[in-house]
Design a protein around this ligand. Structure first.
Ligand code: ADP
Ligand code: MG
Length: 699
C-alpha cells in the first residue's frame, strides 16, 4: 500500500508541524497510522470523577476535576516545592505538590484553570494532597464534561507538555485526522474473522478508542484493539512456524545402540514417565523430516539433563555431532563431568569449551570438533564463538535457555546446517507468556519429579531465631548432610556482594568449627570455582557459602539445606531456583529464608509464596502477577514486542482466541495471498515482519 495516506509523516498533519513532529518522533510516533494507534491512557467521565470532599485514605488512585485557586512556590525545610490549591464543585480543596520539574510546571497553571488531576490522595491534617499527579487542563471542556461525554486523556510528560502536546491537542489533532481521512480507513480483518470472534469493525474501534460515546462502546473497542495487537504477534509466530515447515530437516532414524546402552546399561536409575515421554517426543520430532524446535520445560530437579544426553546420543546414533550450551562455567563443568561419567564407558568423545582455556588445548578441541573426532561439545558461550566449527552439528541444546538472548540461540543454530534445536528451561513460565515467547515451538512439560523425592520444606526465619537455625544445620551436618548459605547480589555491585558473603563465611567458619566451610563467588577464577565446587561435590566441604553463582543447575544430591540470607532482596523465581539446589536426592531437604522484619508488601508476598508452595508453575504465575509481563525474565531481551493495549497477564482469554485465529488464518492461507487478507499482510509486513528476526527463534 504505497499510496497509503496513513503512512504520511506526522509533520504534515494539521496542528502538528515539524517542531511537534520531532517531539512525537522521539516517542516513536512517526506516521498518521502511529497517531491513530496512540491510545489514551485514561478516560474522564462524570462517573469516574471523585468529588474532593469524598476523598478517602484507601490509597487508590482517583481522578479529581477542579479549578486552580492558588499556585506558587513554597520554600521547604530541605527543598522548595510547587503547590496548587484546587477547589471543586463539592467545595472541597486539594493540594497538588511537585518537587521535581518545578521549572516547567510553574508555567503550566494559573488561577482559574480547570484541570483534571489523577493520582493517589494522601491526607495531611484536614486536607488531602497529591504528589506529582498526572494532569490535564480542561478549560474549554467543562461543559462537555458536565454533559457526560467521555474524554480521552493521553500519555503526557514534560517533553509533550513543553511542545504543547496536551491531551487537548491530541484530541483535536486526532479528531481532525478522522475528519479528513477517516473514510479511507479500512478494517484489515476479513468478515469471517470478525464474525468468528465477535469483534467490532476495526474503524469503529479506532474511532471509539479516541472518542467513545459510552463505556460499553469503549469496552468493545478495547477488546477489538487488544485482540488485533495479540493477533499480529501470534501471526508472526504462525508464519515463522509455517516457513520452517516448508524446508526439509535432518531426518533421523530410530534410536540406536548409544541411546539404548545409555538408558539400559549406564544410567543407574530408570527414567521417569515424563522423561520417557520427552525422549519419545524428541525421537518423533527428529524422525519427522522437519527440523525440531522443542522447548522442554521442567521444574528444577525434574531431570532434564538425562533427556538432553539421550537426545545427543540419538544424534550420534545417526552420525551427527551435538552441542550443549549452558549459561555458567560451573554448570558447563558439571555437565561435562556428568557426560564423561556416563559416556566415557560408551566410547563417546566429549569436549569442554569455556573461556580462559589454554590456547594449545583450545586449538586441539576445535580441531577435534571441526574434523568430527569429537562427538559432543559442552560449554558456555564459548561454544558459539567465532572459530568454533563443527563437522556436522545435528543437535543443538541450550540449557537454562531463558538465560540466553535470542541472538545467541540463533548463533548456535548457525553452527550447523539447520540442526535440531532443543531448548531447556528450569523456569516454568505461565502458559500465556509461553504462548507469546515460545508460541512457535513445540513444548514438552516435565511435571513429574524422580521417584522418592520429598517436597522441600521451606521456613521463613528472622534474625532472632538465627541460633535455632544454626542448631538445625548442625544436626543435619551431624547426619552427614551438606548445606548451602547464599548471599544476594546487591544491585549488581559485586564488591558489596562479596563483602557480605566474605564476612558471612568468616563467621560461619568460626561458628561451625570443626566442620569445613568454603566460599564460592563470581570473582574467583574459573579453576578456583571448579575446585571449590568439586570439594563440595566430593563431600569434603560441609557448608558452601556462595553468592548467586550457584543459582542455576548445580546438582549435589547430598546437600539438604539451603539457607538464603536477606531473602527479601531476591526475586521470586530466583528464590525458587536457589531452593532447587536442594531436594535432589532421597533425603528430606529444607530451605530456610532469613529475612528482616522490615520488608515491603511485595517482598512479603514473595516470601509467603515460597513458604506456601514449591510448585514451580504456581511460583511463576505468582511472579508474573507481582512483576508484570514486561519485567518477567528479561522479556525485553527475548524481543517480545511492547504491547500498547493488551496485557498478557490480564487478557489470557483474548490471547488464546487471537492465537487460534492467527494459526487458523495461516492454515487457510499460508502465504496470505488471498486478496481478502491483503490488508493483514500489508500491516504485518509494515509493522511485524521487521521484528521477526529479533523476535522469532531460529530455524
Ligand atoms: P534439572 O531438571 O534441574 O536440570 P537434573 O537433570 O540436574 O535436573 O537432575 C537432578 C538430579 O536428579 C540429578 O542428580 C539426576 O541425576 C537425578 N535424576 C534425574 N532423573 C532421575 C530419575 N529418573 N531417577 C532418579 N534420579 C534422577
Ligand atoms: Mg539442569
Amino acid at each position: 500500500m504505497d499510496d497509503d495516506v496513513f503512512q504520511t509523516s506526522l509533520q504534515f498533519l494539521k496542528g502538528v508541524g515539524p517542531r511537534r513532529a520531532a517531539v512525537l518522533e522521539k516517542a516513536g510516533l512517526h506516521t498518521f497510522h502511529d497517531l491513530l494507534h496512540f491510545y489514551p491512557r485514561r478516560y474522564l467521565d462524570r462517573s469516574t470523577v471523585v468529588p474532593i470532599r469524598r476523598l478517602d485514605d484507601s490509597g487508590a488512585p482517583v481522578t479529581v476535576v477542579g479549578t486552580v485557586r492558588a499556585a506558587g512556590l513554597v520554600p521547604g525545610k530541605n527543598r522548595k516545592r510547587y503547590e496548587l490549591i484546587v477547589e471543586d464543585e463539592s467545595g472541597g480543596r486539594l493540594t497538588c505538590v511537585w518537587f521535581q520539574g518545578i521549572g516547567w510546571v510553574s508555567k503550566v497553571f494559573k488561577p482559574g484553570d480547570r484541570v483534571a488531576f489523577h493520582g493517589k490522595p494522601q491526607r495531611y491534617g484536614s486536607r488531602f494532597s497529591m504528589t506529582h499527579p498526572d494532569f490535564d487542563k480542561l478549560d474549554e471542556e467543562g461543559p462537555a464534561l458536565a454533559t457526560g461525554r467521555i474524554i480521552a486523556l493521553y500519555p503526557g510528560g514534560a517533553a509533550f507538555q513543553k511542545a504543547g502536546l496536551t491531551s487537548r491537542t491530541f484530541r483535536r489533532v486526532i479528531y481532525g485526522l478522522f475528519k479528513e481521512h477517516g473514510l479511507k480507513l479500512r478494517d484489515p480483518f476479513p468478515a469471517w474473522l470478525r464474525e468468528a470472534y465477535d469483534l467490532i469493525d476495526g474503524r469503529v474501534a479506532l474511532r471509539a478508542i479516541h472518542f467513545p460515546k459510552s463505556q460499553g462502546e469503549l469496552a468493545r473497542a478495547r477488546t477489538r484493539l487488544k485482540f488485533e495487537e495479540l493477533f499480529y504477534i501470534q501471526l508472526m509466530l504462525a508464519l515463522t512456524r509455517q516457513s520452517r515447515e516448508e524446508v526439509a530437516g535432518l531426518r533421523f532414524g530410530p534410536p540406536g545402540a548409544f541411546v539404548h546402552r545409555f538408558l539400559h546399561e549406564v544410567l543407574p536409575f530408570e527414567l521417569t514417565n515424563a522423561q520417557k515421554e520427552a525422549v519419545r517426543q524428541i525421537v518423533a520430532d527428529t524422525q519427522s523430516g522437519l527440523q525440531m524446535n522443542r522447548l522442554v520445560q521442567g521444574d528444577v530437579g525434574s531431570g532434564k539433563t538425562v533427556v538432553a544426553i539421550a537426545a545427543m546420543l540419538h544424534a550420534l546414533d545417526n552420525g551427527y555431532q551435538s552441542a550443549f550450551m549452558a549459561p555458567t562455567e560451573i554448570l558447563a563443568e558439571q555437565h561435562y563431568a556428568n557426560l564423561r561419567k556416563y559416556l566415557d564407558p560408551l566410547g563417546v568423545e566429549v569436549r569442554l569449551l569455556i573461556g580462559g582455556q589454554r590456547k594449545a588445548l583450545r586449538e586441539e578441541i576445535l580441531a577435534d570438533l571441526a574434523e568430527g573426532r569429537a562427538h559432543i561439545a559442552v560449554g558456555t558461550h564459548a561454544v558459539i564463538q567465532e572459530g568454533v566449527a563443527f563437522h556436522n552439528l545435528g543437535m543443538a541444546i541450550v540449557d537454562e535457555q531463558h538465560r540466553f538472548g535470542v541472538m545467541q540461540r540463533a548463533e548456535l543454530f548457525r553452527k550447523g546446517e539447520r540442526p535440531h534445536m532443543l531448548l531447556m528451561t528450569a523456569t516454568p513460565i505461565p502458559r500465556s507468556l509461553a504462548m507469546t515467547l515460545y508460541g512457535d515451538l513445540d513444548v514438552t512439560l516435565i511435571k513429574e519429579r524422580p521417584a522418592g523425592r520429598k517436597p522441600i520444606q521451606t521456613w521463613l526465619r528472622s534474625e532472632k531465631r538465627r541460633g535455632e537455625v544454626y542448631d538445625f544445620i548442625r544436626r543435619q551436618l551431624r547426619e552427614g548432610r551438606q548445606c548451602y548459605v547464599v548471599y544476594p547480589l546487591v544491585e549488581e555491585s559485586e564488591k558489596l556482594d562479596l563483602k557480605d558473603a566474605e564476612s558471612g563465611y568468616e563467621k560461619l567458619k568460626a561458628e561451625f568449627r570443626p566442620y569445613k566451610v568454603d566460599l564460592i563467588h563470581g570473582r574467583m577464577l574459573p579453576y578456583e570455582k571448579d575446585e571449590a565446587m568439586e570439594r563440595f561435590k566430593r563431600g569434603e566441604t560441609d557448608i558452601l557459602v556462595a553468592t548467586t553463582v550457584i543459582e542455576v543447575g548445580v546438582d549435589v544430591p547430598n546437600a539438604t539445606v539451603m539457607v538464603i540470607e536477606h531473602a527479601e532482596r531476591f526475586g521470586l523465581s530466583q528464590l525458587h531456583q536457589l531452593r532447587g539446589r536442594v531436594g535432589r536426592g532421597g533425603e528430606q531437604s529444607y530451605c530456610i529464608l532469613m529475612a528482616d522484619y522490615k520488608r515491603s508488601a511485595e517482598a512479603e508476598a514473595r516470601l509467603n509464596a515460597m513458604v506456601q508452595t514449591d510448585d514451580g508453575f504456581a511460583i511463576s504465575e505468582m511472579d508474573l502477577k507481582l512483576r508484570g509481563a514486561g519485567d518477567f525474565f528479561g522479556t525485553r531481551q527475548s524481543g517480545l514486542p511492547d504491547l500498547k493495549i493488551a496485557d498478557i497477564t490480564q487478557d489470557q482469554e483474548l490471547l488464546m482466541q487471537a492465537r487460534e485465529a492467527a494459526f487458523e488464518l495461516v492454515r487457510r492461507d499460508p502465504h496470505l495471498r488471498d486478496p481478502a487478507h491483503a490488508d493483514i499482510r500489508a500491516h504485518y509486513e509494515a509493522h511485524y515482519a521487521p521484528l521477526r528476526d529479533g523476535f522469532a527463534r531460529v530455524g
